[in-house]
Structure formats: structure tokens, C-alpha cells
Design a protein around this ligand. Sequence first.
Ligand code: AMP
Ligand code: MG
Length: 490
Amino acid sequence: MTKKERIETGWNFDNSYARLPKSFFSGLSPTPVRSPKLIILNHSLATSLGLNAEDLESDEGVAVLAGNQIPEGAFPLAQAYAGHQFGHFNRLGDGRALLLGEQITPLDERFDIHLKGSGRTPYSRRGDGRAALGPMLREYIISEAMHALGIATTRSLAVVTTGESIIRETELPGAILVRVAASHLRVGTFQYAAQWVTIEELQMLADYTLDRHYPGGDVAENRYLFLLEEVIKRQASLIAKWQLVGFIHGVMNTDNMTISGETIDYGPCAFMDTYDPETVFSSIDIQGRYAYGNQPYIGGWNLARLAESLLPLLHSDYAKSMEMAQNAILNFNKLYQSNWLAGMRAKLGIFNEEVQDQALIEDLLAIMQKYRADYTNTFRALTFDKLGDMALFETTEFAEWHVRWQERLGRQEESKASSHLLMRKSNPAIIPRNHRVEEALEAAAEHGDYSVMDRLLNVLSNPYAHSTEQEEYAALPEPSACPYQTYCGT
Ligand code: AMP
Ligand code: MG
């Protein structure tokens, strides 16, 4: 690419990860694709990255998004990592993705630009290195919805079709998702380092991570303990937010948990309709390891794997390292619980704290579960005091609970109007409901009609607006004989 073009598009790479020891990655170029076509571009994200959207839409711009052309300053590489997949430890790595480089934005922030579906790498094992259009659009929709809900997440800059088919159960159109992330450092990156590189290199990775995400480490008494504690804080906050909106990640393997605290890997995720802690959507999660109600527990389990990986850095005395790690992990539960409780209080319009609040919340959830109430719509109805068309609201249990809740609201200084405002901000009008996402994907991937997806993206972009056009998106799916299922690695 010529210098003039680079300036027009705004690519501005500085590739710090590529300066780590070679054991952390394999440098290689994406496998070119036959005929790239831009399906969707995230204009506002492009602008915040310092990229010119119009230029990205040109043939040269799309060639970069598809991996057919490497912009000046990029250093494409596949990252090495490991991970516990459903509890089993495996050596992994980017098998169908590449880090193109780190874009430095006009505000001097650093973001990974990742191509997902860019071809085989040394870590591909038996996979084809490719991705299908449907799942890449699905990631685009749900990750952008999460961002709009105020939940830390990797973002989606673009989806490009490749003009090539890929073989899954059937032949599907191939696509590449351009993913943007604070970084792609994972719990599994540290597990890889603890197992397969030297302690000096593990320490380099930890120092690199501190520099990139947790600069406060420079003044900490023990910078590696600080790193562990900060990741624990971010994950406690993140997973609490998932629970508060009914998001089920679906594949919380340690390689799918970031060090930055962003949600990553939108393979089999889905939002819960009916409140039930045992909800699982992923077709391969037979045991319910990653069920909605299990997510906080799994979060703690994954962080314990991070703590283990950091043991050699925490202290020269192994017993002391263990003690530090254990204390940090024990704190995760407390942090998670307080984040969740604070979020639930807000969902119920409660400003101050009373010890009985937890029981008030849990009692509501228990009756929601008993009467199979829709999670999102219950809180919406409470927000607007529209206790109409849900079976839950007809019950005496609910009536009793409602009296307790109203009394509780009476025991704070804030007015009813302030409570209502807090609830509006804390309870989304809409979430990406599974049937709506499927409807959009079917129109797009099977009929080339992107209008359904565009409308959906539009209403999802402001989930707390409570606008009239969002109303129809709050409707539940028709009852179905087959429960909704999601699939990984597609
Ligand atoms: P995931 O389930 O998406 O977290 O992926 C787990 C691992 O499988 C990662 O190392 C991926 O890079 C790899 N993987 C998933 N799909 C493919 C594919 N189609 N080709 C090669 N590797 C893949
Ligand atoms: Mg993954």
C-alpha cells in the first residue's frame, strides 16, 4: 500500500505483542480469499479507531479487512495459548485468526485488530482456519449489543465474505470478522507460558500485561499479585454484569477469558428468556458446566488457573505464593457478590443498603423461576409498573413480595421518581433475543437481505431508550417444541 493510501485509511500500527519472545506467537500472513465483499462496517467504531470508513469501503480497504492485503506497519501473527476446555487442559493458539497489528487511536489508545476466519495457522490442528458468515454476523450483533448494554467486550469492526464456501454440516458462505479488542491476552496465554516457556519469559509476559492493562503495578508492593488481584476485580465486575442482563457465555474455557476483563468469544452464547439458573443453550454443554447459574463459580475456577500460572512470580517461597494466590481467589467470590448485589439493587430502584436486600432479591428470583417468568420483561414491567400480562404478577407470592419491595423503597430518602430513573438505566428495554437474532441471520445469510439485521442492530444500539419502536422486540418467541440451541467453533 502506498503512503498516501495509508494516511487516508488511518492505519497507525505499533505492534508491541510482536516484540515479546518468539515462543508467544508465529508470524504469518492471512491466506488470501477469492473475492472479498464487505457485508457490514461499523462506522462509529472505525471513526473512534481513527480509520476513515469511506476508505475502508473501497476495494483496497476491503482487501485489508479480508486479509488479502497487509497495510503498512502491520505485523500479522497467530498467538500461542493454552486452555482448559470443559475442564481438560490443551495446548491451543489462534487456529483460525490472526492479529493484524495494534492500532493506535487518535486518543492514543491501543487496540488489537484481529481477523477471525483468516486461514490456517501452525495452531490449526485439524481445523480449516475458516469461519462461516452466519456465526460471524452473530458475533457482530451480540458483541455490539453487549457494548451498548455497557458491558466490557471485544467489538466488531466489519464482516467480509470471502467468495469461498466452507464445509460444515452443509456448504456455507465463508466470512471474516474483523474483531477489535483491548488485547487478546487470555488466562490461557498465562497457562501456556507457565507450561511451555521459561520463567523469565513468563515474567516478560506478566510485565507486558501490566504495562498494557494495569499500569498501577509500577507502584504496587508486589506487582504480580497486583496483576492477579486486578484481573480478579475486572472479571468479578464483568461476570456480575452478565448475570444482571441474563447473558450466558456458553463456553467459559480458560482460553476464552481475557486478562483485560472484556467478554470474548461469541460462539455459543445466548441471552436467557425464562429465568432459570440451569439454562444452557450450547449443544455440546451436556453437563451444564457453563449454565447461567454456574458462571460465577466457573469464573472463580478459571481465575484459580491464572493464579496457579503466576505462582512462580508471586514469591520465591512456594508456600507464601500459594497463600497469596488462595487469598486473592477467595476474594473473587466477595467481589462478585458485591457487584451483583449492587447491580440488583439498582434494577429494583434501591439506592441505600440494607442487610435484608439480598433476601428480597433472591425471593423475587425464586418466584420468577417458579412461574417461569421472562427475566428481562419482569424487570421492565417492574420499572414501568405495568404488572399486566405475566402469570407471575397474578400470584399471591408476588403480591406479598411487591408489598415488601414497596416498603423497602419507602425506607430510602430518594423519591419514587429517582427510583424509576435508576431502574430505567439498569433494566434494558431489549436484549438480542434468540429468535430475533436467528430471524436476522436467516434473512442475511440465506437470502442476502440485510435489512432485518440493520433494524435489529439499530434498536439494540440503545437498549435503555425504552422507545416505542423497541416494544415489538420485547415480545417472546412463540412456544416451541425444540429448545433453542447454539453451536461452537462454527
Ligand atoms: P473456540 O471454541 O472458538 O474458543 O476455539 C478453540 C480453539 O479451536 C482455538 O484455538 C481456535 O483457534 C480453534 N479453532 C476453532 N475453529 C477452528 C477452525 N475452523 N479451524 C482451525 N482452528 C479452529
Ligand atoms: Mg476461543
